[in-house]
Design a protein around this ligand. Structure first.
Ligand SMILES: [Zn+2]
Length: 74
């Protein structure tokens, strides 16, 4: 099986090792944001995408998640 984003071998959840780390960071940060502001997952993804501090790997993951249809990860 290949990574949903970059076609490297999958580590877990459909992502390769590096995209999986980025994905987990995004999910972890969402929990923090949600406690602070009750933001929706789809709105959160857009905020992360707009943030200039977001790394390249994370941006690719976010783009994929948005395209996938804003499904909640939980
Ligand atoms: Zn990948």
């Amino acid at each position: 099986m290949k990574c949903k984003i970059c076609n490297k071998d999958v580590q877990d959840s459909g992502f390769c090792y590096l995209h999986l780390i980025a994905y987990k960071n995004i999910v972890d940060k969402f929990d923090v944001w949600k406690k602070a502001s009750d933001i929706f997952w789809s709105d959160y993804l857009i905020e992360v995408q707009k943030n200039s501090l977001t790394g390249e790997w994370a941006k690719e993951v976010v783009k994929h998640l948005i395209e996938e249809g804003n499904q909640n990860v939980r």
